[in-house]
Design a protein around this ligand. Structure first.
Ligand SMILES: Nc1nc2c(ncn2[C@@H]2O[C@H](COP(=O)(O)OP(=O)(O)OP(=O)(O)O)[C@@H](O)[C@H]2O)c(=O)[nH]1
Ligand SMILES: [Mg+2]
Length: 282
């Protein structure tokens, strides 16, 4: 049996979390159009007759540091590149190879394990994939280069096949019925955080952190209490919005997704609180 850890690395917004979700076939990781959406190292487990592949989603490499949290995120990427069996470098052909890309590439080049390059977003037009050939020309650093579309679930099987080809023999790391390392509470908090990123502008989402205060499973409904923490009073007002409009929109979007994923009615109570020190708890 094959078995191993495969880390997905790449600049922010290239589609690492989308790819993880598509490979596993369930939404585990939050996906948004904003950089630095992923803050935690998330495992997604794929069981196949050939063995078990554990994909590790990481925060995007983002050069312009947003202070403490950004450095912490970059550290966690370095950490998740230790003791792995394979690395998948994810690239976005609509973006030029700039300083951030070079940072990621130098990180990847230092690794002595097998490497695969995924050039994502193949669904876009040739005009949009302006920098495709720049990435294709990096191909000799990699055991394989695969162009695919994570959102359209296109050309994913060739990637999975290559992954199992390159993985070493070994015992499974997770029991067969476990899809991820994250708890149900974390998963709920991630869905809420994703809706915050989608609803709010600019820097506001980055000031937030979501904690689950309670989950109560009743026969016909799940009652969830969650707290959105932010640094500052000013942000709290923006998160709540005029007449509570913003927080309402966030709550409705999160509730809908939770109901769809769990096939059960959800009552979601969202509170917004100011806590300058939430980062210390992350
Ligand atoms: N057109 C297209 N868009 C995609 C594809 N994959 C991801 N995206 C979009 O790219 C954006 C970023 O996706 P994420 O999966 O959050 O990217 P990420 O690399 O995890 O980003 P960070 O967590 O910030 O590092 C989202 O708007 C996705 O919908 C794809 O195959 N095609
Ligand atoms: Mg991500």
């Amino acid at each position: 049996m094959k078995s191993g850890l495969i880390t997905l690395v790449g600049r922010s917004n290239v589609g690492k979390s989308t790819l993880l979700n598509t490979i596993i076939g369930t939404k585990i990781a939050a996906v948004t159009d904003k950089p630095q959406t992923t803050r935690n190292v998330i495992h997604g487990v794929l069981n196949r007759p050939e063995g078990q592949a554990v994909f590790v989603d990481t925060p995007g490499i983002f050069r312009e540091k947003r202070g403490h949290l950004s450095s912490q995120l970059t550290d966690s990427v370095h950490e998740s590149l230790r003791d792995i069996d394979l690395v998948i470098y994810v690239a976005d052909p609509t973006k030029p190879i700039g300083p951030e890309e070079r940072m990621v590439l130098s990180l990847v080049r230092k690794l002595t394990i097998p490497k695969i390059m995924v050039i994502n977003k193949s669904d876009l037009s040739a005009a949009e994939k302006e920098f495709l050939s720049d990435y294709q020309s990096l191909d000799e650093d990699f055991a394989a280069t695969i162009e695919l579309s994570a959102t359209m679930n296109r050309h994913i099987q060739p990637l999975i096949q290559k992954v199992f080809e390159l993985l070493p023999e070994g015992e499974p790391l997770y029991p067969a019925d476990q899809l991820t390392n994250v708890s149900k509470d974390f998963w709920i908090a991630e869905i809420i955080r994703e809706k915050i990123f989608l609803a709010l502008r600019k820097e506001v989402p980055y000031t937030t952190h979501v904690e689950i205060a309670g989950v109560e499973e009743k026969p016909d409904i799940t009652v969830i209490k969650a707290v959105v923490y932010t640094y500052d009073r000013k942000y709290k007002e923006m998160i709540i919005g005029k007449g509570g409009r913003a927080i309402k929109e966030i709550g409705i979007a999160a509730r809908k997704e939770l109901e769809q994923a769990t096939n059960k009615k959800v009552f979601l109570e969202l509170e917004v609180e100011v806590d300058k020190h939430w980062m210390d708890r992350v």
